[in-house]
Write a protein that binds this ligand. Structure first.
Ligand SMILES: Cc1cc2nc3c(=O)[nH]c(=O)nc-3n(C[C@H](O)[C@H](O)[C@H](O)COP(=O)(O)OP(=O)(O)OC[C@H]3O[C@@H](n4cnc5c(N)ncnc54)[C@H](O)[C@@H]3O)c2cc1C
Length: 463
């Protein structure tokens, strides 16, 4: 059997490795149009901020490694131009020789990822100091630009996790950072009452925020000198980072009449098979199924891409919850399952609670974390959580993700036998409290409302 894979960052290499583990005899060939493969996209902001010293640390493997370790042939600098599903053939352009050739397959895997969006007015011209942070090539270009120019002020457009990670890292590098965000809150993925903490953390660390605003005008010929926003702010800037989201890279698929789903990504079944015989799609180019709603979602995350790769390589089933985590200065931000607004959109009648508890016993230095929990009012099924805090956020979010995966109710959370000693937790862990308070809320016992929480926050940390 010959398996051909297009794309070799998170999803493509994951399929290749899993397929090899399952089948020692298959011929596995990968085509990648860029120069670097299997690198840590996740580490790129930390290299640009200086926390990771050497770029090589993010590119641990090359084609030789895959050949030696897995007998997989990865061809870099090879762009796949077309797929011919009836002939089971692809056309490839070798960027080094400038020649085209044809390649046949028994099974084809599309792992072509996603591309970053360029909003207007940036899309209307080219500027030498405007960058995305999407690929290793982008990272090398930003690094080169920063080393060759006197960069003092950076404007980041968009406050998703990539924009926020860049804001943290470039602030720590000593640069002045402004964020322009179109939505009415920072990090629109989570609910506004939790995003409140992110706004405070950014302000405390000197990041300038332009929320509910957008860049409308650009001063500078070929190089951005200043930006004008819709609300009238003028931002003198030496470097612009665009982080307004990604779209699935579906060009090859659409040209080959492979069906796209309602999210715009390639429609797949639970084995990552597309509508076309013997063609699979994994990673940022494909849809996945939300484990709670069972509906198709677009979840462009490395954690999902790796899972999809394994599924396609192995034919297992499963589904993501949209679990995510990132650091914002001294705050950890994490979420899993459905937010309050997503639960309503999915047709649930959600019961929602806010739970402020120390991550471990206060008398040994425990600091407060804020948990927002969401459950289905009728069945008690636990649907999702969002957490912000300075410590202990990572382990709680993983317990919540596990609980949702196995269909836990709010009450089940309370009965979990979680490890306790004062340096690590409280006698009733914040996870257990969340279950307890959700259950009380379901039964209409008094709990803290979103309004109570904001009043509490305003009093504790006025902005
Ligand atoms: C700065 C940053 C930080 C991130 N941090 C996190 C994190 O902390 N946690 C997390 O879970 N996720 C994170 N992500 C998301 C994660 O990196 C992506 O979800 C993941 O890289 C997707 O992997 P992929 O293999 O599907 O696609 P991609 O990484 O987009 O790779 C696709 C590859 O396909 C190649 N390709 C495309 N078309 C062709 C063609 N026609 N011929 C040949 N090759 C082609 C491209 O060159 C590319 O190398 C981050 C993303 C960014 C940008």
């Amino acid at each position: 059997m010959k398996i051909v894979i297009i794309g070799s960052v998170a999803a493509g290499t994951s399929v290749a490795a899993k397929a090899r583990r399952n089948d020692e005899t298959a011929e596995i060939v990968v085509y990648e149009e860029a120069e670097d493969i299997s690198y840590s996209v996740y580490g790129m902001p930390y290299f640009l901020g200086g926390e990771v010293e050497k770029l090589d640390a993010l590119i641990p493997r090359d084609s030789d490694w895959f050949k030696k370790r897995f007998e997989i042939d990865i061809h870099i600098n090879h762009h796949v131009k077309t797929i011919h599903p009836l002939a089971k053939e692809i056309e490839v352009y070798n960027k080094e020789t400038g020649k085209d050739f044809k390649e046949t397959y028994d099974k084809l895997v599309l792992a072509t990822g996603s591309y970053s969006l360029t909003p207007p007015p940036f899309s209307l011209a080219t500027y030498e100091n405007v960058f995305h942070v999407k690929s290793m090539d982008n990272t090398k270009a930003i690094d080169k630009y920063m080393k060759g120019h006197d960069v003092k002020h950076v404007t980041i457009v968009g406050s998703g996790f990539i924009g926020l990670e860049m804001a943290e890292q470039l602030t720590k590098k000593g640069l002045l950072v402004s964020i322009v965000e179109l939505a009415g809150q920072i990090f629109p993925k989570i609910d506004a009452d939790i995003a409140y903490h992110l706004k405070k953390e950014l302000k405390d660390n000197g990041v300038d925020l332009y929320i509910g605003d957008k860049v409308e005008t650009i001063e500078g010929n070929g190089k951005v000198v200043s930006l004008g926003t819709q609300k009238g702010a003028i931002l003198e800037t030496d470097l612009v980072i665009l982080a307004v989201g990604v779209k699935p890279n579906t060009v090859l698929a659409a040209d080959a009449d492979i069906i796209l789903g309602e999210t715009g990504a390639i429609k797949v079944d639970k084995h990552m098979k597309t509508s076309t015989e013997d063609v699979y799609a994994v990673g940022d180019v494909a849809e996945s199924f939300h484990r709670v709603t069972n509906r198709p979602i677009y979840q462009p995350l490395g954690s999902t891409a790796n899972k999809m790769g394994r599924i396609a390589g192995d034919h297992l089933t499963g589904g993501p919850l949209g679990t995510g985590i990132f650091r914002l200065f001294d705050l950890t931000v994490a979420y899993t399952g459905l937010s309050e607004k997503e639960a309503v959109q999915a047709g649930f009648d959600p019961v929602v609670i806010h739970n402020i508890k120390p991550a471990h016993a206060k008398y040994v230095g425990g600091q407060e974390i804020t948990i927002k929990g969401v459950a289905d009012r009728e069945s008690g099924r636990f649907l999702g959580a969002q957490i912000v805090g300075p410590e202990g956020v990572d382990k709680r979010i993983d317990v919540f993700a596990t609980a949702i995966t196995y269909g836990a109710t709010a009450e089940d959370l309370f009965h979990l036998d979680l490890a306790y000693a004062p340096p690590f937790s409280t006698t009733k862990d914040p996870v257990m409290y969340t279950g307890m308070v959700l259950e009380n809320a379901r039964k209409n016992l008094p709990v803290m409302t979103a309004e109570d929480l904001i009043a509490y926050q305003e009093k504790a940390v006025p902005l």
